[in-house]
Write a protein that binds this ligand. Structure first.
Ligand SMILES: C[S@@+](CC[C@H](N)C(=O)[O-])C[C@H]1O[C@@H](n2cnc3c(N)ncnc32)[C@H](O)[C@@H]1O
Length: 226
């Protein structure tokens, strides 16, 4: 079966099945930087993958929950939590279903002090703008929404992919790289309810596939609910 014929769940199961571990297991740098000074509370991470961010949050005092489509990724997050001796909740679910009925899936009547989504970008179909708006709706008054996304292809892949970022395109696929402005347009945060603290493209040093020095471009959006 070609990738185009797979459902999103099948696509990500196949992806995670290609290696014993897909991501580093470490927290995403931009997330750690913006969350480090916050008082811990209840957190929810969307598209948590193998749980690097969820586990870091749990290790830093947060009551942390992560949701991901892939059973394999979620199982790895749970296993890693056990081996590190931290308490964290991992839920295998489709964000498309969560959007319809978030409380039933994320297991909480109350909203969260922190809702995060790191690199919630998918070559397979993903109702991303709807998920981001539902994420904002799950933030408690005084809480934060933190989005970290690939804002452009890494420097070594520049030119290989024609990234697009504006509204009016589909919000998934291998070439979807949202700018800070595109994230804010999708979120449509009401200015009387939200204060946008950060909306910027950050550069991050990285090593390319052939060992060359390169750069990742992270779109970082941090918004605080009044
Ligand atoms: C690029 S990975 C990022 C993983 C993780 N946040 C990280 O930073 O390492 C995108 C993740 O989104 C998940 N995902 C894609 N579509 C989803 C959906 N409809 N519902 C839930 N998770 C989804 C994938 O399974 C994958 O783990």
């Amino acid at each position: 079966m070609t990738e185009a014929e797979l459902t999103p769940a099948e696509f990500w199961e196949r992806r995670y099945g290609e290696a014993d571990r897909m991501w580093s297991g470490k927290v995403n740098t931009a997330l750690a930087a913006v969350v480090a000074d916050l008082a811990p509370g209840r957190s929810l991470d969307l598209g948590c993958g193998e749980g690097g961010d969820v586990l870091w949050l749990a290790e830093h005092g947060w009551q942390a929950t992560g949701i991901d489509l892939s059973q394999t990724a979620v199982a790895r997050g749970r296993a890693e939590a056990l081996s590190r001796g931290v308490e964290a909740t991992f839920i295998a679910a489709d964000l498309g279903d969560w959007i319809e009925n978030p409380r039933a899936i994320d297991g909480s009547e109350a909203p969260f002090d922190l809702v995060t989504a790191s690199f919630l970008q998918s070559p397979a179909h993903l109702p991303r703008p709807e998920a981001l708006r539902a994420a904002a709706a799950r933030v408690a008054p005084g809480g934060r929404l933190v989005l970290v996304s690939h804002g452009a292809p890494p420097s070594w892949a520049a030119g290989e992919q024609s990234g697009h970022s504006g509204t009016g395109h589909q919000h998934h696929g291998p070439g979807y790289f949202p700018t800070p402005e595109a994230e804010l347009a999708d979120l449509a945060l009401h200015p009387e309810v939200w204060e946008v603290d950060i909306a910027e493209l950050r550069h991050r040093a990285a090593i390319g596939p052939d060992g060359e020095a390169g750069t990742h471009y992270d779109t970082v959006v941090v918004a605080r609910k009044r």
